[in-house]
Design a protein. Structure first.
Length: 136
């Protein structure tokens, strides 16, 4: 049986949407704590690990020919989304390092990425629907 939802493209879009959603929450949290003394801004690390996983997709994958065999692992499904505290940026006198201009630009960039991935995911579902309905 062919699993239409385990392809590399679908996995990539799903992981990207999850990461963009978490990044939006982290940015919103940073903005909400802009006046909290001692608060350190946070960011989501995803893209570097994702690029490494994409580079590893060229390697041959294991095929499970018997139910007793261990299944092969899709390298894209193992990509982790991590929240990091940013400590290397400049700080104000109260120890807070949130820069509202930086947060707003990251929010706009994240919004564009999320919308692009959501449109691609919608296009994939439209193509599946078209195929299921026999081109009608």
């Amino acid at each position: 049986m062919i699993d239409l939802f385990s392809s590399d493209a679908f996995s990539a879009l799903q992981e990207g949407l999850d990461a963009a959603s978490l990044r939006q929450q982290v940015i919103a949290n940073n903005v909400a704590n802009i006046n909290t003394p001692g608060y350190k801004a946070q960011d989501v690390s995803f893209e570097d690990e994702f690029k490494q996983a994409l580079d590893n997709t060229d390697e041959p994958q294991l095929e499970q020919t018997d139910p007793r065999h261990l299944p092969g692992v899709n390298p894209l499904s193992s990509v982790g989304v991590n929240v990091q505290t940013l400590g290397g940026t400049s700080m104000r006198n109260d120890g807070n390092n949130v820069d509202i201009d930086d947060e707003m630009s990251r929010l706009a960039e994240n919004n564009i990425r999320y919308n692009a991935m959501a449109q691609l995911m919608g296009t994939r579902f439209k193509m599946l629907n078209y195929a299921i309905n026999g081109g009608k």
